[in-house]
Design a protein. Structure first.
Length: 252
């Protein structure tokens, strides 16, 4: 099996590694061996672990998973020239990555936490010569979409990358609403999970407006609840969330 080298051992790296286990050999590079050991334990799979200082990346396939602010510091400690770098750093441009990392190719990738269960929506852009390989690698953790510009991947970061947090907020709020009206917490959570599971399948084939219209009968319960969401500016808040997250991505 091909070996994938993770530079960085944070939550996103762990989520991707969980999706790649059994499909690729995994080695992880970090600053602290205790944290690398914790990464291996959380992954529940044997990996090769290396400390960052003077690590040689020559001819390796790199998944770059450090914090955006640490690009320069980390890159100074790496030796050699990578074959290709797949970066999951939000807002960090191809130009910046190439200016700090020696590599034959760079692809920016924006997966999300669903990578751990093979259900990520990962957007990609970068060196076109690496396009096919990027689909193969990141396709192992879910769906992939190649975008034509870095502006587009910054927008997609705000949608698919940050999206699980937005949906988690909505899921929790809906369950809280059911509890407020008298449903037991465990029953509210079970109902909410079933709702999201079924909706995830429906949205693949049906436009959101058609789903809404299919549920909303005249003067019914859905119409009353939907009006409350509109009164609370939920639609505008979602639109503004994407805008603010995109702006933040460009600032990083």
């Amino acid at each position: 099996m091909q070996t994938i080298t993770f530079i960085g051992n944070g939550n996103m790296g762990l989520s991707i590694a969980r999706g790649l286990v059994g499909k690729y050999n995994i080695e992880v590079v970090g600053r602290n061996m205790d944290k690398l050991d914790a990464f291996e334990t959380a992954l529940n799979h044997k990996i090769d672990k290396y400390l960052l200082d003077d690590f040689n990346i020559s001819d390796k396939t790199i998944l770059f998973c450090v914090k955006p602010a640490n690009v320069e510091e980390v890159s100074k400690k790496l030796k050699g020239k990578a074959r290709v770098v797949f970066s999951v750093l939000a807002g960090t441009t191809v130009e910046k990555l190439k200016s700090h990392l020696k590599t034959e190719g760079v692809v920016r990738c924006m997966p999300n936490l669903a990578a751990s269960v093979g259900k990520s929506m990962t957007t990609l852009t970068g060196d076109i010569a690496c396009k096919e390989e990027s689909h193969a690698l990141l396709g192992a953790i879910g769906e992939t979409l190649w975008l034509g510009s870095e502006k587009e991947i910054d927008i997609a970061t705000a949608l698919a990358g940050s999206g699980p947090a937005y949906l988690a907020l909505i899921a929790e709020a809906l369950a809280d609403g059911a509890v407020k009206q008298g449903l037991k917490r465990e029953d509210a959570m079970a109902t909410m999970r079933g709702l999201f599971n079924g909706f995830g399948t429906l949205i693949q084939e049906t436009h959101p407006s058609l789903l809404k219209d299919g549920v909303m009968s005249p003067g019914g319960t859905t119409a009353a609840g939907y009006a409350a969401l509109e009164a609370g500016n939920v639609r505008a808040s979602c639109i503004n969330a994407i805008e603010d997250a995109y702006k933040r991505a460009t600032e990083l």
